[in-house]
Design a protein around this ligand. Sequence first.
Ligand code: PXP
Length: 242
Amino acid sequence: MPQLAINVDHISTIRQARGGAEPDPVHAAGICELAGAKGIVVHLREDRRHIQDRDVRLLRQTVKTRLNLEMANVKEIVAIALDLKPDMITLVPEKRKELTTEGGLDVISNEKKLRKTISKMSSAGISVSLFIDPDAEQIQASLEVGATYVELHTGRYCDAENEKERDQEFHLIEQAAELAFEKGLRVNAGHGLDYRTTTRIAAIPFIEELSIGHAVIARAAFVGLDQAVREMQDCIDRAGRI
Ligand code: PXP
């Protein structure tokens, strides 16, 4: 079964709504780990809309599982990552006006810049994952630029408006996971996964980790973070019984 990594960005979104100190994503990360999460993910955006520099510095010191820093491939954030040395980084496209990451990276058009960053990260001992749509050409390009992982974008599967569309999107992810694995890439997946959509994705062989944020933080508002994480872990465990 894939491991569960929790993205705690939206704990910070709540904090930033008032500009104070609470709730603290560092505290949240500890609760997630104690509830069984095997990794913590944060996206340090250029506009600092949720996670702040102070958060990533403290998380680097406190996360006991794996810290995955989501980031755009831009000079300022690359320098922070090289200094911070998270366990891995996930490169994502970033637009100022988007509510959340909208689509996968275009690895083909950004090959040169990606190769440069991946080489710097490898020299610093940091693994690189590229967040891509489930597309054979993007997988091939990810391999060629030297990525260790790809994270397959599950957003379109989650947002599908009917079952036929959902099935089609599911099969694209399933095929992409197999192709990436066969080519020697390690495979993660995420975006938009919730308590209804996760089990089917978790049952796909080859996927090592699911990165899940919004659904868990939203559920935590009603049942608490510890239980919200455990319930998501149950969704993953159910995949073993399919
Ligand atoms: N993976 C990537 C690359 C993301 O950008 C995000 C959102 O920050 C996630 C996973 C988690 O998505 P969600 O918050 O919808 O679970």
